[in-house]
Ligand binder design. Structure first.
Ligand SMILES: Cc1cc2nc3c(=O)[nH]c(=O)nc-3n(C[C@H](O)[C@H](O)[C@H](O)COP(=O)(O)OP(=O)(O)OC[C@H]3O[C@@H](n4cnc5c(N)ncnc54)[C@H](O)[C@@H]3O)c2cc1C
Length: 335
């Protein structure tokens, strides 16, 4: 994409965000209105044509038309305002561990929250509450809690996602999930205002929240854990959960975890395995031989390979069992 067409047409003295291409060209965009934005300092560069491949755990996906990694709430607000002014669509990504991004990339502005960790995580020993920014990894919170002997987050140790992603996805494992421990989440609305939502506001159910249907950005979350007592016991439980996971899931290959939601009371993995689909491939995308609800990228899979495999598995399960498996993974962009 060239930078000049849409953005440099109106020129005057006031500086706008510095926009870099991946090739490190830097361009100052100018404008003729007083209301335009200047996103300050080097950590708030909006870049063009950024590859999203390395920003997802499946290691697939095309380019973001525009890309921003804000480090503060203010930079996030400014990014939103900039996109609004340019009438660009906004996509939020965390650690990209539940995303299938099209090989054709994403139009508009992609805001990645992984550096949204401007305030230190607050762990209150009196109340066993944790307040963490959206970009903090839940696995690291889980260990921080375990070291203090706080229970309730052992299940999160193997989840490679951010706090924001966990709040939105209602991430969970081993019969527990985010909704059990979430007290509230601070969200940035599209108009730049900030609201605090309670867990009840999020209409939680299995791997679902009301935040999946809108464009609000989770900035931080507050979790209530339990004072379980002996840190060694909580650490041991956390290790046990993690070991169970590592023995049953293909952590050595790029994936997005479970591809399909479990059609309660059945398990998607059991339905897929029953069809003999373990090891089935399209291109370099393969139904894991270790866990049938995982699709791994053997090396050079494309998003289209993965999507074709998802549809293939869906069709097979439907034909044999009459069950429509619903993807848990979020598919973004045009396929
Ligand atoms: C090996 C592996 C194992 C996994 N195991 C589990 C498991 O046991 N349980 C489980 O639940 N999941 C699991 N997952 C899936 C994934 O880790 C979770 O869904 C996780 O919560 C996603 O977080 P993320 O930061 O990567 O979000 P992303 O994948 O980046 O985004 C997911 C969704 O959340 C939105 N989002 C992310 N951050 C924000 C934010 N700050 N504000 C607003 N919206 C936001 C995105 O727009 C998108 O719709 C696994 C994934 C892998 C790769």
């Amino acid at each position: 994409m060239t930078l000049s067409k849409d953005l440099s047409s109106s020129i005057s003295a006031k500086k706008l965000p510095i926009v870099n291409t991946q090739a490190q060209q830097s361009v100052e965009i100018a404008t003729n209105t007083d209301d335009d934005l200047e996103i300050p300092t080097s950590c708030s560069i909006i870049r063009a044509d950024v590859s999203l491949k390395g920003l997802t755990t499946w290691k697939v996906g095309g380019l973001a038309q525009w890309y921003l990694e804000p480090r503060t709430v203010e930079e996030t607000q400014q990014g939103l305002a900039w996109a609004k002014q340019k009438e660009l669509a906004i996509t939020i990504i965390g650690a990209g561990s539940n995303l299938l991004i099209s090989d054709r990339g994403l139009q508009g502005l992609v805001i990645c929250t992984r550096h949204l960790r401007h305030v230190n995580t607050q762990l209150d020993s009196e109340t066993q509450t944790i307040v963490a920014d959206a970009g903090k990894m839940v696995a690291s919170l889980s260990w921080q809690a375990a070291r203090r002997g706080w229970g309730g987050m052992e299940w999160a140790a193997g989840i490679p996602g951010t706090v924001g992603g966990a709040v939105v996805m209602n991430a969970g494992a081993h019969g527990h999930s985010t909704q059990e421990i979430l007290v509230s989440a601070e969200v940035l609305n599209l108009d730049g205002t900030i609201s605090t939502l309670s867990a009840a506001d999020l209409n939680y159910s299995y791997r679902t929240s009301s935040l999946q249907c809108d464009s609000r950005i989770v900035l931080s979350a507050k979790f209530q854990l339990q004072a379980a007592g002996d840190p060694e016991e909580v650490k041991a439980r956390t290790f046990r959960d993690l070991e169970k996971r590592h023995s049953k899931q293909p952590y050595d290959r790029p994936s997005c975890g479970s591809v399909f939601r479990n059609p309660s009371p059945l398990y998607a993995a059991a339905l897929i395995e029953d069809l003999g689909l373990k090891g089935y491939r399209i291109g370099d995308a393969e139904v894991s031989r270790l866990h049938a609800n995982f699709i791994i990228n053997r090396k050079d899979a494309t998003a289209s390979d993965i999507r074709a495999l998802i549809y293939y598995v869906q069709r097979q399960v439907n034909a044999r069992h009459g069950i429509e498996l619903e993807p848990e993974v979020k598919m973004l962009g045009e396929f």
